[in-house]
Design a protein around this ligand. Structure first.
Ligand SMILES: Cc1cc2nc3c(=O)[nH]c(=O)nc-3n(C[C@H](O)[C@H](O)[C@H](O)COP(=O)(O)OP(=O)(O)OC[C@H]3O[C@@H](n4cnc5c(N)ncnc54)[C@H](O)[C@@H]3O)c2cc1C
Length: 370
């Protein structure tokens, strides 16, 4: 089996297919290590189960926890709080463990797949060579070229707001600031904006107080700003979805810092200001009509992207992979397995995207404008 894309979805699929007795090879277009580019994720139950049952890692060893959901008022006072147990982790920590669990000799980097033939499960590489298999699984993320080839009319639909994001080392925060976020999932809901923060493991994986990083996500409209100006990076290249850490232009960053002090509770504007490399990503919806075309599957973000309010991107990729493993185990015929998987996961993806739309539009005050 050929897996295109070696991030979360590709690794979940690779490991699940190994467990089902296959020998998939993962092809990742990036040459460098993906580690070091991620921020925080909610450690959803099915991801924890995946890691634990397959002996990838004890999920508790790479998670931070909180016992309370806390809502701040504009002046920073706690307006309301309620008990709520949550576990958080970092994209890096999960990726690193999944990558270590997958055999090196079948994880190839610097290998971009540029075309597929669904009838023969043949993948064509940028280097000019081809590989035929019994199945191609495209786990290529929201910008998937395989999806564009199979469904040229489908693409990301911008949701009219963005997420500014960042992580800051706990050790760089004043103790009084760190205290406000300890043991809590902290929110501030403003006029047409929402900001939240939680602790995640540190760069080196430490989960003890003092070793962690504070992860924040600030959903905001672009006011009347030109989206292409915000998404033009420091090298003057215009990005479609994300301007990654370190690539924001200085005027864009400065303007957002000023806005932070105008509209956010002081404790939030402080963590935004103290974040060394904030980044921005466009919030968008993506759906496709089918996840299977002959012998090619689209999995994870390559198929459906739900808004990040659902905190479900990584969990959905794991769910797609586990469901594919089960379908292959239950059906002798590949067509039957793929058809079952396609029906259940396409329906799930559609529902998740619809839920993300409702959650986002409500929280950003856009519900009436759509
Ligand atoms: C470096 C990185 C950091 C991330 N950090 C976070 C985070 O902090 N928080 C969060 O919520 N989400 C993060 N994400 C997104 C998150 O991984 C996904 O939303 C979710 O886990 C689904 O993963 P995916 O594998 O389907 O897609 P993605 O994670 O987007 O991965 C797609 C992979 O496919 C590769 N690829 C694309 N096209 C081709 C091709 N034609 N041939 C070969 N390879 C190809 C890409 O290089 C990429 O590695 C990150 C993604 C990446 C790549």
């Amino acid at each position: 089996m050929t897996v295109s894309g070696g991030s979360m979805g590709g690794l979940f699929a690779g490991l699940a297919l190994e467990d089902a007795g296959h020998e998939p090879t993962i092809y990742e277009q990036s040459t460098g290590d993906l580690h070091g580019r991620g921020a925080g994720i909610v450690a959803q139950e099915n991801v924890r189960r995946f890691l634990e049952r397959r002996d990838v890692v004890d999920p508790d060893a790479i998670a931070t926890t909180s016992s309370e959901r806390r809502f701040l008022a504009r002046d920073g006072d706690v307006e309301m709080s309620r008990p709520d147990s949550m576990a958080f982790t970092s994209w890096d920590a999960v990726y690193r463990r999944l990558r270590e669990a997958f055999p090196d000799d079948r994880y190839r980097t610097g290998r971009e797949i540029v075309g597929v033939d669904p009838a023969t499960a043949t993948a064509e590489f940028a280097a000019g060579d081809e590989r035929e298999a019994d199945l191609v699984i495209a786990a290529e993320g929201g910008q998937s070229s395989t999806r564009r080839q199979l469904f040229p009319a489908v693409g990301p639909e911008f949701a009219d707001y963005v997420a500014w994001r960042g992580v800051v080392d706990e050790s760089d925060l004043a103790p009084a600031v760190a205290d406000r976020f300890d043991d809590a999932f902290v929110f501030y809901q403003g006029q047409d904006l929402l900001v939240l923060a939680y602790f995640i493991p540190g760069d080196d994986g430490g989960t003890a107080p003092g070793e962690r990083r504070l992860n924040w996500v600030w959903y905001d409209t672009l006011e009347n700003r030109d989206r292409s100006a915000v998404f033009t990076d420091a090298t003057d290249a215009e990005r479609e979805i994300t301007v990654p850490p370190g690539a924001l232009r200085e005027p864009v960053r400065t303007r957002q810092l000023e806005r932070a002090s105008d509209v956010l509770p002081p404790v939030f504007s402080r963590i935004v200001a103290e974040t060394p490399t904030p980044f921005v990503q466009a919030i968008y919806d993506l759906t496709i009509p089918e996840m299977v075309v002959d012998r090619v599957c689209l999995l994870g973000d390559a198929a459906f992207v739900a808004r990040t309010h659902t905190a479900a991107g990584t969990a959905k990729a794991a769910g797609d992979a586990v469901a594919l493993e089960r379908a292959l185990e239950r059906h002798d015929a590949l067509d039957a397995a793929l058809s079952t998987w396609n029906d259940s996961r396409t329906e799930y993806g559609d529902r998740l995207v619809a839920r993300g739309r409702r959650m986002g539009d409500e929280r950003l005050g856009l519900a009436d404008s759509n």
